[in-house]
Design a protein around this ligand. Structure first.
Ligand code: XMP
Length: 495
């Protein structure tokens, strides 16, 4: 690849580089930046409509952030500072936020009284009134809908007296897709479509209003799975923690598990990765973090579906200072990507992204997507309230290795291999901070993706794969960096 020569030269000089050390070379382009495709992968089977993922941190990603990210087309990774049950609950919230296929519809039975169902709707605050009617073997025998309830003049009647039965109702076989269901519903003019298996047993249900929402133009940007549910990831630790979380997360429908550690190239992580892959072959497993090519290769050989790169580049990280280790992020991404070229396993650049221009730099070096902590930390969707102060509005952002995070959760201590250390003896590898409130996450993503596309336009890359192939770099000096930022003026549009 074009960039190999540049990185080889830097290696020969013994130089490892980060974002502010480099800029991309511009080259002849026929690319209309607005039309550049930014679709990519987070892991082998988890796609992204744009290459940004929200960090698994307790001040960044819980259900509201993961929902917002997936609705924009990206992905959120629910942090593991939450206890396993609560974490799985957050995953479920994301998965149930949009109804595509309702896998286990709420049913009624033919002997139930109409008023009982109406009472239940009120008590549980159901926003729907379509209930498949099943017998004791869960075989579908009818359906009762809003229409039936409204036309019913005597609520003491039994469901069997008012329900619509086969063949007046429509059904479709298990496995019917969203698009097929939409066509069937449109043709039949019925608002609910129960699915049945080969034994006539209820196997799910589609509802017209859900399908309209999912299939309309603005929803095309959603990151949804085959059943129409938003995609979501969740962080796990190693060993028993990972196994317990994996069980609950898999039941909640998680799309990808991320083994979230500060040192991914370790026996614990590799053993956990192998065990997760064996027990949950249907769920992708991403492992990290690493910053050396050989480490990335080891994770891929152990079965990782994605490799997360970044040891110490994060805005709140002190690992490089406290432990003295870690490779500057652009070189780390390049080396890891190079080591696993051809494997089909995506590289995830985690940490250190300050500006939208850092995105094409990271992706050009070989990443498939980036993780943002600081970039999203000031948004409405992060956990925690906005702090009103005399100098403005702020939100809290802290490292998972900060004293506060380590004190509040054993998972944070375990991330830094300090779970066996008493609280008063932990050595933090991160800091706590506040950042200015930035508004909704959608505006941040819009600017980030806009900057990325502009960068792709300058390189002449219509896709992220092309960007990876065509990217070439300049090593810049401090003067070059100073020149890159606005200089010798008083900026007025930020006052
Ligand atoms: P940014 O730069 O986007 O980085 O804020 C977010 C990433 O930083 C990592 N992280 C940490 N690394 N000590 C560290 O050394 C910490 O306390 C810490 N907390 C988070 C993590 O990979 C995250 O995605």
């Amino acid at each position: 690849m074009i960039k190999d020569e540049f990185f080889n030269k830097m290696e020969a000089l013994g130089l490892a580089l980060t974002f502010d050390d480099v800029r991309l070379k511009s080259s002849y382009s026929e690319t209309d930046p607005t039309k550049a495709s930014v679709e990519t992968l987070f892991s082998k089977r988890v796609p992204l409509k744009y290459p940004i993922v929200s960090a698994a941190m307790d001040t960044i990603t819980e259900a509201p952030m993961a929902i917002a990210m997936a609705k924009l087309g990206g992905l959120g990774i629910i942090h593991r500072g939450l206890d396993p049950e609560t974490q799985a609950h957050h995953v479920k919230k994301v998965k149930l936020h949009l109804n595509g296929l309702i896998e286990i519809p709420i049913t009624t039975n033919p002997e139930q009284i109409v008023q009982e169902i109406l009472n239940k709707c009120e008590e549980k605050n159901y926003s729907f009134q379509s209930f498949p009617v099943v017998d004791i073997e869960n075989k579908l025998i009818g359906i009762i809908t809003k229409n039936d309830f409204e036309m019913c003049t005597d609520n003491t009647l039994k469901i069997k007296d008012v329900m619509t039965t086969i063949p007046q109702m429509i059904t479709a076989p298990k496995g019917t897709t969203l698009e097929e269901a939409y066509k069937i519903i449109l043709n039949s003019k019925k608002k609910a479509l129960p699915l049945i298996d080969e034994n006539q047993k209820l196997a799910g249900m589609y509802v017209f209003s859900d399908l309209v929402r999912l299939l309309n133009v603005s929803s095309n940007s959603f990151n949804i799975d085959a059943k129409g549910h938003l995609r979501v990831g969740a962080a796990v630790g190693v060993g028993a923690d990972a196994m317990l979380r994996a069980k609950l997360l898999s039941e909640a429908g998680v799309d990808v598990m991320v083994i979230d550690t500060a040192h991914g190239d370790s026996k614990n992580v590799i053993d956990t990765l192998k065990e997760l892959k064996q027990n949950y072959p249907h769920i992708d497993v991403v492992a990290g973090n690493v910053s050396e090519g050989a480490s990335a290769k080891r994770l891929v050989d152990a079965g990782a579906d994605g490799v997360k790169v970044g040891q110490g580049p994060g805005s709140i990280c002190t690992t490089r200072i406290v432990a003295g280790i870690g490779c500057p992020q652009v070189t780390a991404v390049y080396n890891c990507a190079k080591a696993i070229r051809g494997s089909g396993v995506p590289i995830i650049a985690d940490g250190g992204i300050k500006h939208s221009g850092d995105l094409p730099i990271a992706l050009g070096a070989g990443a498939h997507c980036v993780v943002l902590g600081r970039g999203l930390a000031g948004t409405t969707e992060t956990p925690g309230d906005i702090k009103e102060t005399s100098s403005g509005r702020f939100k809290v952002y802290r490292g998972m290795g900060s004293l506060g995070a380590m004190k509040s959760s054993i998972a944070s201590r375990e991330r830094y291999r300090q779970d066996k250390v008493s609280i008063d003896k932990v050595v933090p590898e991160g800091v706590e901070s506040i950042v200015p409130y930035q508004g909704d996450v959608s505006s941040v993503i819009h600017k980030m993706v806009g900057g990325l596309k502009s960068g792709m336009g300058y390189v002449g890359a219509e896709s992220i794969t092309m960007l990876q192939e065509k990217a070439d770099y300049y090593r810049i000096s401090n003067a070059g960096l100073a020149e890159s930022h606005p200089h010798d003026i008083v900026i007025t549009d930020k006052l």
